[in-house]
Design a protein around this ligand. Structure first.
Ligand code: ADP
Ligand code: ADP
Ligand code: MG
Length: 451
């Protein structure tokens, strides 16, 4: 039976993005909202909205039973989880299977395999894909000392179940290990309910490069190019681009091949992203993790390929074969995305919820804005601070950058603080323009922005 109605189990811009894809496919959308989101743009845009609980995510967006009840109650045939929330919880995918509702994402086993970074590292190593030199799980602080010494400082302590940059701590010397170990343990337990930690060698001059993958139920797997997401703050992406720039062509090819190899071997279905870190000192790249969902930064890939990744996710879940062969995927120009959040960069990125009194996003050729915001919208304090993704496309990186600079300049937001001024500052830096960046670059620039 084919999908006629999708329950959107998310909020914000990604909920709107999924609703739009459904509409274009002639599919009805129902959105599950918390009490805080009853009046949101996704709630008004979907064909129907159902309330699943109080504002706190733990009592609404993170409740598998509430999502399933909403799907069954509205006779939805499928659930789209977006990103974050339950997207990478195998429990939702399993519950969907159990109740005969299609999960628009990979099989629960794939989510589980890749959800634990230690298990994922072990698995891809079997396919001869290099992983960052690192340890098995760190059983105790004492073990941690021995493991860190053998890998060599600086190291990163990472939560095996981690995501969203949480549970990652840098340890530059042995004297810092105890404190980092305690903090990472507490953070991992609180955020992921799993305190398992491991250690990776820290690569101080590296680029984050990730490959977009699509796989269908017949075993076809293709890549849709790679993205560079090296501009990060606190291990979280700030600016993303497609394709990756100023890297050797040979490396680009090898990274794509590694990603397709991994996805084929695990019989991956639906959209997924395989993340790598490229060490600019040695030129070597290593597998970091796989995200078994749509990514925040998927629009840059869409802009340079014309592939609608969310529509493709839905048709894959519907049992259809991929709409593209590898040779159909052509790359045209360059795209950049800036994540605009409700935070004040000059105050340590303090969250700034509140009413948006003015909202004038830029328009024009090569500009795309994915956002759920509008004038008069109250940005609730309960959720992720993402307000909008500003994406520009150009014939080449130079043109995409120029358009981004102008678009940021003309983006008018009032009532709350946003990261727009900081993004504008970053994009005017010569290092950025000439592609000489690494994953620490944004934090160094932040020190100049806020002396
Ligand atoms: P992407 O790789 O798509 O850019 P991020 O890592 O920035 O994704 O995470 C996407 C969103 O999901 C963010 O809002 C982040 O806070 C949230 N997120 C990611 N992983 C987790 C997780 N394991 N648990 C809870 N939230 C997560
Ligand atoms: P998450 O699941 O939170 O996204 P990742 O393993 O993907 O965690 O790491 C997040 C970011 O942290 C990476 O994009 C990269 O910038 C940085 N990072 C991760 N591992 C390393 C490493 N071994 N050396 C240097 N930077 C790293
Ligand atoms: Mg990651």
């Amino acid at each position: 039976m084919s999908i006629a109605r999708v329950l959107v189990a998310n909020r914000g811009e990604i909920a709107l993005r999924v609703i739009k894809a459904c509409r274009e496919l002639g599919i009805e959308s129902v959105i599950a909202v918390s009490e805080a989101d009853r009046e949101s743009l996704p709630a008004r845009t979907a064909d129907r909205a159902v309330c699943i609980g109080p504002p706190r995510s733990s009592e609404s967006y993170l409740k598998v039973e509430a999502i399933i009840a909403a799907a069954l109650g509205t006779k939805s045939d499928a659930v789209h989880p977006g990103y974050g929330f339950l997207a990478e919880k195998p429990e939702l995918a399993e519950a969907c299977e159990k109740h005969g509702v299609k999960f628009i994402g990979p099989k629960p086993d794939s989510i589980r395999q890749m959800g634990n970074k230690l298990a994922a590292r072990a698995l891809v190593s079997e396919y001869r894909i290099p992983v960052v030199p690192g340890s098995p799980n760190v059983g105790s602080l004492k073990e941690g000392f021995a493991l860190a010494e053998s890998i060599g400082f600086p190291v990163l302590l990472k939560a095996a179940a981690g995501g969203g940059g949480r549970g990652i701590k840098i340890v530059t010397e042995a004297s810092e290990l105890q404190r980092a170990f305690e903090m990472a343990t507490a953070e991992a337990k609180a955020a992921f309910g799993d305190a398992t930690l491991y250690i990776e060698r820290y690569l101080p001059n590296a680029r984050h490069i990730e490959v977009q993958i699509l796989g269908d139920q017949s075993g076809n797997v293709i890549h849709v190019g790679e993205r560079d997401c090296s501009l990060q703050r606190r291990y979280q992406k700030v600016v993303e681009e497609a394709l990756a720039y100023s890297i050797p062509e040979q490396v680009r090819k090898k990274i794509r091949t590694a990603a397709v190899t991994a996805a084929k071997n695990i019989r991956y279905e639906n959209a997924g992203t395989i993340e790598f870190i490229l060490d600019q000192e040695s030129g070597k790249f290593y597998f970091l993790e796989m995200n078994t969902r749509i990514q925040v930064e998927h629009p840059v890939t869409e802009m340079i390929t014309g592939v609608d990744l969310v529509q493709e996710q839905i048709s894959i879940a519907n049992g259809q074969r991929l709409s593209y062969k590898q040779s159909d995927i052509r790359f045209s120009g360059h795209a950049i995305e800036c994540r605009i959040t409700a935070e004040s960069p000059r105050d340590g990125f303090r969250p700034s919820p509140g009413v948006i009194t003015e909202w004038h996003p830029p328009e024009g050729e090569g500009i795309r804005v994915d956002s759920h915001c509008f004038e008069g919208y109250f940005v609730p304090p309960f959720y992720d601070s993402l307000l909008a993704k500003l994406i520009t496309h150009g014939a080449d990186r130079h043109e995409a950058m120029k358009r981004m600079g102008e678009a940021l300049e003309s983006f008018r937001v009032n009532g709350i603080a946003t990261t727009i001024p900081f993004l504008g500052f970053l994009l005017h830096q010569q290092d950025y323009i000439s592609g000489k960046v690494n994953t620490r670059w944004v934090e160094r620039k932040l020190e100049q922005f806020v002396p």
